[in-house]
Design a protein around this ligand. Sequence first.
Ligand code: NAD
Ligand code: UDP
Length: 312
Amino acid sequence: MRILVTGGAGFIGSHLCEKLLNQGHDVLCLDNFFTGSKDNIIHLMDNHRFELIRHDIIEPILLEVDQIYNLACPASPIHYQYNPVKTTKTSVMGTINMLGLAKRVRARILQASTSEVYGDPKISPQKEDYWGNVNCIGPRSCYDEGKRVAETLMMDYYRQNKVEIRIVRIFNTYGPRMALNDGRVVSNFIVQALKGEDITVYGDGSQTRSFCYVPDLVEGMIKMMNQEDFIGPANLGNPDEYTILDFAKKVKDFTGTKSKIIFKPLPQDDPMQRRPDITLAKEKLDWKPQVSLDEGLSKTVEYFKNRLKKDS
Ligand code: NAD
Ligand code: UDP
């Protein structure tokens, strides 16, 4: 198949491109390099089945493809809040453009949605039928509401135009190729620990997250795209839940650092608990994460060690 991956030069997108190429597909990687980087895909460049397109999905594009994975969108709070209007445009206009393309060329399209559609959830674990608790006027809204509209657009193109859609709600994912300046908790803590800097816990660290190792996630996304009778939304994530303070302690242990844990103000609307219920993904996709946090974390620490060595 010929497969388009938008956001393909990003953290998750680059792993997806690599896996699809390994499966024998032709891959078109589209990216505007806002948070993505050529470094993430440089190793794919001499594969003749790989093409790189510099393009911004808020502009239409015409391509002949069989499947579209729509990942283009900054995912880290510091990056999606840098230009919030652009973030909303990327999720809304970008998803309209990709759905228009899917409709025209009869491609199947998978939307990378997010656990953020649940906002600051009042129930835990979160199931797909929970409608969420989202502030539509806060600093996270450009991302949360943008992704919620993207889901709405997917469902309406499905009902109105019979476009073949799939929706996955991705929970916190980590692993090699996260950018050093990504700003999310896993990269921040590991980089701080490796540099011997203070580890910055926001709030009192009692908020929780559940961390999925990136190859597990990519496996789930591909399974979702290629099964026939379930459009989603489906949660994809690792249900092992940690408080952020415990996670900071874990990173300290893993790296053997002398860094101190310090506390900084909790950002506005920071969700207090997040843990996926993955019953649907288990039943419909026969998918569950295989990699424990310990295993994934040690590989990710290794990756950041090498990155820092290269940069110094
Ligand atoms: P990332 O920032 O590394 O990747 C996003 C990619 O999209 C980057 O390469 C960026 O340059 C590109 N991009 C952004 N705006 C674009 C635009 N207008 N046109 C073209 N390209 C554009 O983030 P990631 O963690 O790899 O996330 C990928 C997708 O998965 C995002 O849609 C994100 O919302 C979703 N997601 C990620 C997580 C996670 O924990 N990593 C969780 C939930 C959802
Ligand atoms: N966080 C933190 N220190 C950091 C970065 C993040 O304590 O240096 C916290 C953040 O406040 C949130 C959690 O870690 O409660 C996860 O943040 P991240 O930005 O990784 O993703 P989110 O799930 O909030 O989108």
